[in-house]
Design a protein around this ligand. Sequence first.
Ligand code: PNS
Length: 159
Amino acid sequence: MKKAIYPGTFDPITNGHVDLIKRTAAITDELIVGVLVNKNKKPMFTEDERVEMIKDAVKDLENVRVITFEGLLADLAKQEDAVVIRGLRNAGDFEYELPMAQGNCVLEPGVETLFIAAAPEWAFLSSSMVREIASFGGDISKLVPEKAAQMVKDRTNNC
Ligand code: PNS
C-alpha cells in the first residue's frame, strides 16, 4: 500500500493507537498520523502537545509523519492521495465508523477507509478512559507511551 492516513483526536495517544500505527506503518510506504484540530471541543492537550507526544511515541518509525489537520478528513485524504485507516475495537466502533467511512466516500468518491482490528490486549482502551483514570490519581503507565504518561500526570496534577 502506498500512503495511508490515520486520523484521530489522540487526547492523549494510547498504547492501542501506537499498536495500530506500528502495524499500519509495516504495511505502507508512508503513514500520516493526522491530529484533528477541533475548535468545538476542549481537549486536555493542545494540538501541538498531542503532536509532541505522538512524535515521541513513533520516533523509531521512519515512514511515519505526524501532522495536524482542520476541516474534512475526506479533503485531506484526497489531497494526500491516501487511504484512511481506522481501528475497530468492538461492534460499537463499527457502528460509529461505518457511516463516517460512507460519508467520506460520498464527499470524495475514491477516498477509501480500511478498518484494522484492534489488538485484543488494547481493545478495552480509550483516551477518555486514560483521562478518567488519571483524574482519580490512578496509574496510567501501562496504558500510554512514556512521554504521554508524564504529560498526562503533569496536566492532571496541575488542574
Ligand atoms: O479519535 P476520534 O475522535 O475517534 O477521531 C474522529 C475523527 C477525527 C476521525 C473524525 O471526527 C473526523 O474525521 N473528523 C474530521 C471532520 C470530518 O471529516 N467529518 C465528517 C466525517 S463523514
